[in-house]
Design a protein around this ligand. Structure first.
Ligand SMILES: Nc1nc2c(c(=O)[nH]1)N[C@H]1C(S)=C(S)[C@@H](COP(=O)(O)OP(=O)(O)OC[C@H]3O[C@@H](n4cnc5c(=O)[nH]c(N)nc54)[C@H](O)[C@@H]3O)O[C@H]1N2
Ligand SMILES: Nc1nc2c(c(=O)[nH]1)N[C@H]1C(S)=C(S)[C@@H](COP(=O)(O)OP(=O)(O)OC[C@H]3O[C@@H](n4cnc5c(=O)[nH]c(N)nc54)[C@H](O)[C@@H]3O)O[C@H]1N2
Ligand code: SF4
Ligand SMILES: [Mo]
Length: 905
């Protein structure tokens, strides 16, 4: 029997590119895709991939495709604010900037330069970052400038510097096209670097590239792999030490390369032998079956063209720098570095993680890839004409927050990040920020968990689509972000705000920039200043771009030592490292041990990370109903055996607690999770869920080299939370939380959705509905014995204003059929009855959870198609329903569906 296949919303992603499109770069992940944005004249924009951008050649992922839905102004901060008599009050830019300058000047005068700090973000543009770094390290006289990149890439930076003498990514994306083997370590690229992953998938289809995935969880990425190694948390360096031993024993080394270009090999091999003497030991310590490890080692040894990509499963670890070193060791030992199709490859997270590193946005770097040696400090001092050069490293993020808590840092300026959500021990961070003598925040939005920390000054920053400057992606490619929308309200670029503070501190000459192009030219000139090939980062060849040339600058891969240099640029094929002897250094990884042990009180290990369709703390992706459809509520993934032992079933609420805090999440039971481990996403904050900030739990022990906190291995306990009633609320207008004991706020078309749980029963909900929507015409259904309450409120035109449905937890109401009703017109009697019953017929009905965000294709029609045509493959689904044909982010899910495996519940 042929099941009916409802039509998907096909118009969503097929916006034509018009001649007036502006070329810019996606503000999300480090792939750095080119975007064509066509403003619609009403504050929105059509979005398409830029076919000419070398990173993506026209492709975008689900988040990139939905950018047009996130540029609205409803949540934006549009004017400066100051705390006056305890209340945030609208202020002039002049007053707000003056307050920051006064506070920083007075604090430095009273307590010394290290009593002030800047906390930045890989989402700032390079020019913003450059201005911040110059202001602090040259003029305020402190290196207390750190960034959320400390939570993200710091271990890669430290690992690069340890091995190469410089923070250099040796390879380019094209290496993924040309590799025979790609190893992904601690990277869920199918969800986190989707366009790069599609590019890899294309290469696999074309030339049979093998894929090995190393991750404790069987992720969407792992589902695609030839070989998946479910490594025990933190044990990657044992796996790679074992690989080095295997290469040595299987005649897989490159003795010529080792001899000519490296040092320390013998010690590294001895260290590896101590850590991983034989396969059985590696299997024991990593928890991976010996046969699979052997297959991996044999594949690596046999494939000349190997790229090993790594991301947060490697970096966010108390031994992250060692993990990076253990990986790089294997590439140095085989000479597989810097040649087409080979090399270690750190996948960066944020759009401008790399740009931040280039300007020295980290507390332990100076500027332009220079450090704090006397010669480097002097060089930068002369270039800047700086009166107050910082001469030593500043405090790294976790230490910086400790200094804030202990009152050593008294004035802090936070730009472009949400530390009350994203830093470990987030409850303590929130407390500490709230007690600062002076806190200034520059942000795009007017409400977030950090903005709730009693700031003294708020500055409205231009957002993506309005701001202008450059970002650098994972392959060292510098692209322009360009404005295509008018600056809203009084928002200003971050670099401008920092320059204004510099001027108010009396440094007008150093901060006299009139345009972003001037900042870029200065940054480029510093990179080339007294460089002569001694530093990897050199874009001196771009320092002469005039304003027009900067406006039309095409994506450039660094180094650009001379004007006009082009082509794919790799490092280190012929050595030439940036160590004093120009040789790479092998490292000896320390025996890995989890920073914190599980015990009887906290027997499980909490792993944290990302989901496909949300970005960080959701201040932008959270605005898109399309993106919310995939995984709408905060969840914890558990192994069936752990869940069973705790009496937890799929969909139950579960409380996770550590010694620092607690969260309450929805349980998802999956055997893709290792036993004894729990995974929870990082995206939910106090602004969009009752109790789901996973960093409230995280201890954040730091790596000794990089200072990066361990974010993926926190001991926790889990217990089932019993709330008797579950349900949802849909509302056309925005309501203030909390609307229930447990809640999640979700973007839906035409308003807001709330997923709720409570011990209060139907009568209490009836009262709440009356209190919230008493002024509206209402219809309701009440069954006190059955534990059911449903209420609908209508406006004067008969349009749905709100719909509340609560039932007993065993039989909780589902909103999929009625979620679209907030955009419907006036409802007739039959439709109202159906809405109240949670049943909508025909095309208006949504059909299960969203699978393909780009074309809005839910689960049911896909399932129906596969049932109707048992042979249907991904291509067939794409041909009929369009699902998977735009960004491809959902292709792993489609495959899983076809294979009859688990799909989003
Ligand atoms: N959709 C989406 N994409 C994003 C982002 C986003 O918020 N949403 N953020 C961007 C940013 S800033 C970043 S940094 C990147 C991060 O990109 P990824 O690093 O790919 O993402 P994560 O989910 O943080 O972590 C990756 C994997 O590490 C695994 N892992 C945990 N512990 C270990 C371990 O000990 N060893 C190994 N081998 N693996 C381990 C986790 O199970 C997880 O699957 O994503 C970028 N892209
Ligand atoms: N447990 C755990 N914790 C983690 C991670 C993890 O995997 N596990 N991952 C870590 C990583 S890798 C990262 S990158 C961080 C991310 O964590 P955050 O940086 O805290 O997260 P975002 O939500 O991106 O916060 C960005 C803020 O800056 C604002 N903003 C955006 N653009 C601009 C701009 O141009 N100017 C200004 N002034 N403001 C702007 C946004 O509105 C938002 O409020 O989280 C880290 N924390
Ligand atoms: S892969 Fe997606 S999120 Fe990353 S840059 Fe490209 S479109 Fe943006
Ligand atoms: Mo990140």
């Amino acid at each position: 029997m042929n099941a009916p296949v409802p039509l998907p919303r096909a118009e969503a992603a097929s916006i034509a590119v018009v001649d007036t499109a502006v070329r810019t770069t996606c503000p999300y992940c480090g792939v750095g895709c080119g975007v064509l944005a066509s403003p619609d004249g009403a504050g929105g924009a059509g979005i398409a991939g830029d076919p000419e951008h070398p990173a993506n050649r026209g492709r975008l992922c689900s988040k990139g495709s939905a950018l047009g839905e996130t540029v609205g102004l409803s949540t934006r901060l549009l004017a400066p604010m100051m705390r006056i008599d305890g209340a945030l009050t609208r202020a002039s830019w002049d007053a707000a900037l003056g307050a920051i300058a006064d506070a920083f000047r007075a604090t430095v005068a009273a307590h010394g330069p290290d009593s002030v700090a800047l906390y930045l973000s890989g989402q700032l543009l390079t020019e913003d970052y450059y201005a911040a770094n110059k202001l602090a390290k040259g003029f305020l006289g402190t290196a207390n400038v750190d960034t959320n990149s400390r939570l993200c890439m710091a271990s890669s930076v430290a690992g690069h510097k340890r091995a190469f003498g410089s923070d250099t990514v040796p390879g380019v994306y094209a290496d993924l096209d040309e590799a025979d083997l790609v190893v992904l370590v601690g990277s869920n690229a199918a969800w986190c670097h989707p366009v790069l992953f599609r590019r890899l998938e294309a290469a696999r289809a074309r030339r049979g590239t093998k894929l090995v995935v190393i991750d404790p969880r069987r992720t969407a990425t792992a589902e695609e792999a030839e070989l998946f190694l479910p490594v025990a948390p933190g044990m990657d360096s044992v796996l790679f030490a074992g690989l080095l031993v295997h290469l040595a024993e299987a005649d897989g080394l490159a003795p010529d390369y080792i001899r000519a270009h490296t040092s320390g090999f013998d010690a590294a091999l001895a260290g590896a032998r101590a850590l991983a003497p034989d396969l059985a030991t590696v299997a024991l310590r990593t928890g991976v079956p010996a046969a699979d490890i052997a297959r991996f080692y044999a594949l690596f040894a046999a494939s000349e063209r190997v790229v090993t990509c790594y991301s947060q499963g490697v970096n966010q670890s108390a031994q992250g720098t060692d993990k990076v070193g253990a990986i790089i060791n294997c590439h140095l030992a085989t000479g597989r570095i810097g040649r087409p199709g080979m090399g270690p490859f750190s996948l960066t997270g944020q759009p401008n993680a790399m740009g931040g590193r280039e300007v020295g946005g980290l507390a332990n770097q100076l500027a332009a890839h220079m450090g704090f040696s006397a010669a480097e400090v002097d060089r930068v001092r002369r270039f800047w004409g700086a009166p107050n050069m910082a001469t030593r490293e500043g405090l790294k993020a976790v230490d910086m927050m400790r200094a804030v808590a202990e009152g050593r840092i008294k004035a802090l300026w936070v730009l472009g990040t949400n530390p009350a959500v994203s830093l470990p021990r987030a409850d303590a961070v929130r407390e500490a920020l709230s007690r600062l003598d002076f806190l200034a925040i520059s942000d795009n939005v007017r409400a977030s968990d950090t903005l709730a920390c009693r700031p003294h000054v708020l500055l409205p920053a231009l957002a993506w689509g309005e701001k202008d400057g450059t970002v650098t992606n994972s392959e060292r490619r510098i692209s322009r972000q360009r404005a295509f929308l008018d600056p809203p309200g009084e928002a200003q670029p971050d670099w401008w705000a920092m320059a204004q503070v510099g001027r108010r501190l009396g440094y007008g000459a150093a901060f006299g920039w009139r345009s972003v192009a001037e900042v870029f030219r200065e940054h480029a000139a510093l990179s080339g200043f007294e460089n002569e090939g001694s530093r990897d980062f050199d874009i001196g060849g771009l320092a002469g771009l005039d304003d027009d040339a900067f406006d039309v600058m095409t994506p450039q891969q660094w180094p650009v030592r001379e004007p006009g240099e082009a082509g794919d640029k790799r490092f280190f094929a012929e050595g030439g490292f940036f160590t004093p002897d120009r040789r790479a250094r092998f490292i000896v990884p320390a025996p890995p041990a989890p920073a914190a042990r599980t015990d009887a009180a906290f027997p499980l290990r909490l792993n944290t990370g990302r989901i496909r369709d949300q970005w960080h703390t959701m201040t932008r992706t959270g605005l898109s109903p399309r993106l919310a459809g995939h995984l709408p509520a905060p969840f914890a993934e558990m192994h069936p055996a752990d869940a069973q032992a705790l009496g937890i079933a799929s969909g139950d609420l579960v409380r996770l607690a550590s010694s620092h805090g607690a969260v309450v999440l929805e349980a998802r039971i999956t055997d893709g999770q290792r036993r004894g481990e729990v995974f929870a996403p990082i995206h939910w904050s106090g602004a969009n869920a009752a109790e789901a900030r996973v960093n409230a739990l995280v201890e954040g022990a730091t790596d000794p080299f990089s200072g990066q906190p361990e974010s993926k291995a926190t001991p926790v306990r889990a217990e089932r939370v019993t709330m008797r009633f579950r349900g949802f609320l849909l509302a056309r207008t925005s309501l203030a939380p909390p609307v229930a004991a447990w809640w999640t706020r979700v973007a839906v078309e035409g308003g807001e959705g709330w997923l709720i749980a409570d011990d209060d029963g139907p009568l209490a909900w009836r009262e709440r509905m009356a209190a919230l929507f008493g002024g509206c015409e209402r219809s309701e259904f009440l069954d006190v014995d059955g534990g059911i309450y449903r209420g609908a409120a209508y406006d004067t035109e008969g349009r749905l204003e709100a719909l509340l449905s609560v039932g007993p937890v065993e039989d909780a109401p589902d909103w999929t059929a009625v979620k679209g009703l907030l955009t419907a017109g006036g409802l007739g009697a039959a439709e109202r009855r159906a809405a109240l019953a949670g049943r909508m017929a025909g095309a208006a009905a949504a059909c299960g959870p969203l699978v393909c965000s780009c074309f809005g294709v839910p689960l049911d029609p896909i399932r129906a198609l596969v049932e109707a045509e048992p042979g249907a493959d991904v291509a067939r689904i794409g041909a009929v329903l369009k699902a998977g044909t735009n960004c491809g982010s959902c292709v792993p899910e489609l495959k899983r569906l076809i294979a009859g495996m688990a799909v989003p519940a």
